[in-house]
Design a protein around this ligand. Structure first.
Ligand code: NAP
Length: 267
């Protein structure tokens, strides 16, 4: 029997997930609960591919993709859709497994941390399950998240802040790289618009090359670094002790600290 999926919150992440489930042939098995949906989601409902805002009934699988800030107010109405057999998956940042269990009244909970490239199917999502979660459940959860791209894990919740700091926040670091490269090019005389286009296409291209290659990032970097050449001169500045390695350690540390702080606020 096809399992029935109920999605709470069809915003950017929720819609990307539901769109993938539909592509995978799950039409008719998806309920979406969201008071204001996009035209795309409304069209799915109009075509009978999903049910929109159905009455309260137990879900087989319930995916929570609302903002963490609204979860507290919604928890009771979400819990009403949770039965003894319901498996709950939350993609909300900073809402712990303990909080999910307490507010939704079930021990069958898991978390995942996606990232924004998931909106174009190029993300990486880290799955976090409770110890002892059966392999079959892990496989189901990974399948649910696969529309967003790669799925890693499961990992324990203690490591989720570090994973979040790397991959959840990571796209921003890539975008920042394009920004600072462009600004540096402009500072050295390039037209600002040209520098922006050069930096953007270079970051996009490096990502595409990495995706197409089996080599690790360090090898790809070495491959474009001739000894004593121009790239090496730049990398010696970027890779010096006080530069990118330590700046990134500090940045990831700051993100982890903030993640832990925010988690406490949603308890
Ligand atoms: N985007 C990311 O990169 C990312 C990464 C990691 C984790 N996440 C997590 O994913 C979750 C969703 O993020 P998002 O970027 O998709 O946010 P979003 O686009 O704002 O989506 C949230 C959706 O929930 C809806 N909603 C609000 N009140 C609701 C209610 N009472 N019942 C049902 N739905 C309701 C919102 O509707 P309205 O717009 O009408 O309020 C919106 O459609 C967040 O918890 C976030 O922490 C996102």
């Amino acid at each position: 029997m096809t399992q029935k999926m109920t999605l709470i919150g069809a915003g950017r992440m929720g819609s990307a997930l539901a769109g993938g489930w539909l592509k995978a042939g799950q039409a008719g098995a998806i309920d979406i609960v969201d008071p204001h949906v996009s035209d795309t989601v409304q069209a799915w409902a109009d075509a009978g591919r999903v049910r929109l805002n159905p009455g309260t009934e137990d879900a087989d699988i319930l995916v929570v993709a609302v903002k963490p800030q609204v979860f507290g107010d919604l928890a009771a109405s979400i819990a009403a859709r949770v039965g003894p057999e319901t498996l709950v998956l939350s993609v909300m940042a900073g809402v712990s497994l303990v909080t999910l269990e307490a507010k939704l009244g079930t021990p069958s909970v898991a978390r995942a941390m996606p990232n924004t490239p998931g909106l174009v199917g190029k993300g990486v999502t880290i799955l976090c399950t409770k110890p002892g979660t059966p392999q079959e459940t892990i496989t189901t959860l990974k399948g649910l998240l696969s529309p967003l791209g790669a799925v890693e894990g499961p990992i324990g919740e203690d490591l989720l802040p570090a994973a979040t700091a790397v991959s959840g926040c990571g796209p921003a670091y890539g975008f920042l790289l394009a920004e600072v490269m462009a600004a540096a090019g402009a500072a050295h005389g390039l037209d600002a618009d040209l520098a922006t286009r050069l930096a953007r296409k270079t970051v996009e291209g490096a990502g595409a090359l990495m995706e197409a290659s089996e080599e690790d990032a360090a090898t790809l970097r070495r491959n474009v670094t001739s000894p004593n050449g121009v790239t090496q001169a730049a990398l010696e500045v970027l890779m010096s002790d006080a530069a990118m390695p330590s700046v990134f350690r500090d940045a990831i540390g700051a993100a982890i600290a903030r993640d832990i702080e925010l988690s406490k606020e949603t308890e």
